[in-house]
Design a protein around this ligand. Sequence first.
Ligand code: IDP
Ligand code: MG
Length: 160
Amino acid sequence: MAIERTFVAVKPDGVRRGLIGDIIKRFEQRGLKIVGFKMIWADEKFATEHYFEHKDKPFFGNLKEYLKSGPIVAAVVEGADAIDVVRKIVGPTSGDVAPPGTIRGDFGHMGIKHADGKGRIYFNLVHASDKKETAEREIKLWFKPEELHSYKRVDEEEVM
Ligand code: IDP
Ligand code: MG
């Protein structure tokens, strides 16, 4: 089990719904550590680089517009197997199948089927890196090294 860092973003719909605290709390309450945190309004260049892997998808243009539609809260989250644990806390991409207890399953319900039927993107509140290489690339894209901090959570000291 490795201590990993992963990139999380509260997407513009999460920020505009006033859910920054509710979403970030989900990671903190599991004992994961926030080691980087800031608000950014992504421009075209950032949106293109961030969603690079989706550049050939038909929804790429709309996806970039979604990411650029308001400020996001960007965070780097650290912990044991953090990449997979954070993805589980976030839940499946499509809100209609995201189980209650996940962020996407507790705060949204729209999914791929509904959005594609209407020819548009769907909002799903939060982004999280899906694997090690993605996490490294995304952390480097959104944060400078000096914006990341190493410290101990109180609960880490309690178990030592
Ligand atoms: P993820 O956010 O769970 O990692 P990805 O497959 O990486 O999901 O897709 C990135 C984002 O693109 C999703 O969060 C969602 O907002 C949007 N998206 C993914 N697939 C579709 C689709 O088939 N139609 C419309 N939007 C999609
Ligand atoms: Mg993804």
